[in-house]
Design a protein around this ligand. Sequence first.
Ligand code: AMP
Ligand code: GLY
Length: 428
Amino acid sequence: MGKKVLVIGSGGREHALVWKLAQSPQIEKIYAAPGNPGIAELAQCIDIAVDDIDKLLVFAQGEGIDLTIVGPEAPLMAGIVDRFQETGLKIFGPTAAAARLEGSKVFTKELMKKYGVPTASFDVFQDIDQARSCIRNYTDQGKAVVIKADGLAAGKGVVVAKDAEEAYQALDSIMVQQSLGAAGTRVVIEECLYGEEVSLFVISDGYDFVSLISAQDHKQVFDNDQGPNTGGMGAYVNPPVYTPQLHQKVEESIVRPVLKAMAAEGYPFQGVLYAGLMITAEGPKVLEFNARFGDPETQVVMPMIEGDILPLLEAAVDKDLAGYQVNIVPGTCICVVLASAGYPGNYEKGKLISGLDDLNREAIVFHSGTAKKDGKPVTNGGRVLALTVRGDTMEEAIDKVYREIKKIYFEGMHYRTDIGSKSLRQGV
Ligand code: AMP
Ligand code: GLY
């Protein structure tokens, strides 16, 4: 009999995971909690919130789910993996203790320092006056400075401040106004790194690991990396700045030591280790780790993985990744996020989405924030759709994706027009 899997989450990342899992010949049925209208075309959506661990557990037991895959970070930090494992259910993701690699910047920075993993130099503060004086040390020298709340902050916990005024404002907001609640009790203040960013997903069984294809996100909302940071406005695979030599260096000087350190400290990391890297003039350095797949990177990584992804996820859960090989299909892949007016600030929902039926068959539409109203798709989030296209070359993929986007419309729709262009500037 075929297997049953449950995917937890409701965004474009989870749609991409479900899309890939739906191609597995071993899977009989996919459930998604809570899913979205795009996911509903491939899976049965169950109306359970991602953080309702009790209900998710009861559902997985009752339905005889063979493997649960967790999309977002919140249930991981809340211990969903620990709870499932206690009852003997297989689940792909790190325990709450291991998920601190994403959940606590202080934990992670101190771990990297202890084990010599390259990252921005930093200090940790609980006292605001000491934090201010540290900021002054940077800005008096005309240096930018980065202020990070310790805990999870839904992408709002990091400010890259160009001058003292901006830095003090960020610090006040986090520590005095407590805009992020308990997440801002402690702050990390660190040097600003310069270079291109690269995201690498590594699947780990706690001891052995296998890397997937690298990707580049586009965090700022406007073209040429202008404007505030978002969850990510688009991505493409294999950024040319990330050469095979650099990849080898990243595996040896970052991934392997961090996984070893986690195991040595008593928290072996099982799941996806998402390394957010800055490729600086001095080499690759860690900006952050996440304990989950990235969004929108998953939307370009999944279409590039050859064959069935289920055995890979199962091998990670079964601590059986030694020697596992992941093959990548030829060509490239790009994804452009279509966002609601106002995003990443306030935005309205419920705008009718048109044109989805007119797309070329090559275009893959991943739903990020949509709902159905009277049987028709409407916007239901800041990031609404992630349009993904594969191509033989980057030029071809870029050309195709932007041609397809022109067919889609909703009131206030905006998107970046330069996704992937960094790769062309480097002549690849
Ligand atoms: P994080 O959540 O730590 O990855 O930070 C979110 C984003 O802030 C990163 O993807 C970078 O764009 C930026 N960032 C974080 N740390 C630094 C740093 N030390 N230097 C420059 N940019 C940074
Ligand atoms: N693409 C950024 C993230 O998933 O955190």
